[in-house]
Design a protein around this ligand. Sequence first.
Ligand SMILES: [Zn+2]
Length: 439
Amino acid sequence: MPVSVTRQEDGTFVFHGRSNNITEDKGNALRPYGKQLHNYGLVVRLLPDSAQASALNQQIGNARFMANRYLNERDECFHKEHRILSVAEFKGKRFPELKAEFPFLLLSDKFGLEAAVEHMDKAFSRFYKKESGFPKFASKRGKKGSRYTTKQTGGNLAFEEKGGLPYLKLPKVGLVRFVLPKGTSLPLLCPKGTRILKAVISRTASGTYEASLGMETVIDRVVPVDVLSARDVIGMDLGLHDYCTLSDGDGTCKVENPRWIRLHGRRLRRFQKALSRKEYDRKTHTGSKNWEKARLRVAREQRKTACQRKDFQHKLSRALTDRCSAVVCEDLNIKGIMKNRHLSKPTASVGWYGFLSKLEYKLKKEGKHLIRVSRWFPSSQTCHACGYKNREVKDLGIREWDCPSCGVHNDRDGNAAETLRLEGLRLLGEAGVRIQEAA
Ligand SMILES: [Zn+2]
């Protein structure tokens, strides 16, 4: 049955039918209405009472149990029978048997158990594709073993308001209080026609609970900007010394690394050192009271910086999106950089990947462009004024240079940003976008 859509009296849309490619088909069904789907993520902090916290822990524990059970049986099946135990077979045959044997599994919602097994299956696929090592057991102390996933069916996942307070409805757990993000209200957070498709509930290292929600809403069709002014195209060189250098053709500007990056490094090191001095039994995985306190301090510090980083990335990407129609940057090979031990630390803390993905979806939602220039393009070595390629500039230590061909004085990062911008303009032109030179 193909996917169709009907418009309700209140202007919201209701989808009918099933498909293997649901997101694309829903989008196609919305086309005649001049609308499109918009999927986005939302993270909220949960405030469960003690009964709800134990219900959440049960779900998390059951998901971990199922994932590990599947890993174990699949491995065994492979060695004894030389075949792969598929997810479908495990679900169809073993689920009922396991539920009979371990009644606590009945306390879980069905999706939580299924998703755990599916995730483990994906870990196997990555292993076959040589993208990662052999799947590991989910551990209570690891991230993988501290969360579960659930999906929408018939309104089981929803926001609700009760007595003026915001609640998230979760299957088998009930209405759980959550913290409304600053400056929002429930109707703003979830306007009519917005649905929660999926929720990943996790217990964080600092002992709090959060829900990471996959949201879906219908918005006016985004029309890609196909005529733009050359001044609204910004070249961006991501750096280690400065966060990034921007160029709009008229001049360049540097965005400094936020101060907390270094501060955090120092504090974290101090806390970690303190933690390592406390008593901890590696065999039983138990620590002294002071060990537990020190562990929490490390976890909180990490969490705090993660929040600061996200906040910074959102603000910078919002400012860029408001200012321009296209951003041109280098297509970074993040994995490769992370493997380089000399560069990995600053890169990890600067978090380019997170920044670029935030920038990309913000631009996309407004029909604007993020152009990724091949990382083989010699942006720092090419003179922006005449195109001369100066191989000597390969040395990262050279911060400024004079072009031997045209004599222009180049600042390394500013020149790279402008060269990227010019290459981006060329690529935009190739893609059929009309560029108007500024008057
Ligand atoms: Zn030159």
